[in-house]
Design a protein. Structure first.
Length: 270
């Protein structure tokens, strides 16, 4: 079945909508991606144009369709031990020098399908085995959060996990589950996931964290949205805590209250 073409005006409607909901600047170059991901929704409802689909979203019926659209347009690629120097810093600089017996909390604020959160869990389990710790992962997409909670991945996704950690914390699927692996219950029990829209004030019950990872998501935001997101997260970072962003990102001009420790790693004043 051929694709339904999208007009410039229709694409602009969805650019404005995803910016309004999630703060994401969808570049013109993402037009093919949008068509590829929303085409199935037009077919699902028997619609002929993207204008008709936009009107359906605006009507609020069915209510869950707007979330479906957000899920389809905000899913980003991630993988285990991505940008490994950040995990080395956490292990060698933050955890190695920590003396407090209190629960150590880390927030994976753009966790997508959970690989970053479970990578953090492996690092903490190995480095501070006798200290209580917990990890919170969040994302705007309910679809990826459900996958993250399952902690169940295709076997090819284990690339990047050190062999010793793979053996210790990942269960290889057999029979019907062949070709997959499952994060061990030991780790999954200490990682929780919740829906958070980073462009809105964060609920107080999220709590405080010693480290916040906000990696490879701000590249989709304009300057004002970046500033808003950082200011929404900072109240949940403990004094002296670390704020870590992706290697292609910067907090120049928007990191009030943070000082650079090294490129992409910042510390909150005490």
């Amino acid at each position: 079945m051929s694709e339904t073409p999208i007009t410039d005006q229709e694409f602009a409607l969805f650019q404005r909508l995803i910016y309004k909901i999630a703060g994401i600047n969808m570049a013109d170059s993402k037009r093919t991606l949008l068509v590829g991901r929303l085409q199935r929704r037009l077919r699902h409802y028997g619609l002929d144009t993207y204008t008709q689909y936009y009107r359906l979203l605006a009507s609020g019926e069915p209510a869950e369709e707007l979330q479906t659209m957000v899920d389809l347009l905000t899913t980003n690629e991630t993988y285990f031990f991505r940008e490994p120097k950040h995990f080395e810093f956490l292990r060698d600089e933050v955890l190695a020098k920590r003396r407090s017996p209190a629960t150590f909390r880390v927030w994976s604020a753009a966790s997508s399908t959970g690989e970053e959160a479970y990578t953090l869990a492996m690092v903490l389990a190995e480095t501070i085995p006798s200290t209580p710790w917990e990890i919170v992962g969040s994302d705007i997409s309910t679809q990826v959060l459900e996958r993250a909670r399952r902690g169940h991945y295709p076997l090819e996704r284990n690339e990047g996990i050190p062999p010793a950690l793979l053996r210790k914390y990942c269960l290889k699927g057999v029979r019907a589950q062949a070709g997959t692996f499952l994060i061990s219950p030991e780790l999954r029990s200490r990682v929780s996931f919740r829906q958070v829209n980073l462009t809105l004030p964060v609920d107080r019950d999220v709590g405080m964290f010693e480290v916040i990872f906000l990696r490879n998501v701000m590249i989709y935001f304009d300057l004002e949205t970046k500033r808003k997101v950082v200011q929404n997260l900072l109240p949940h970072l403990a004094p002296g805590g670390h704020f870590i962003i992706g290697h292609s990102e910067t907090l120049n001009g928007i990191g009030e209250g943070l000082s650079a420790v090294r490129p992409t790693i910042y510390r909150k004043s005490e």
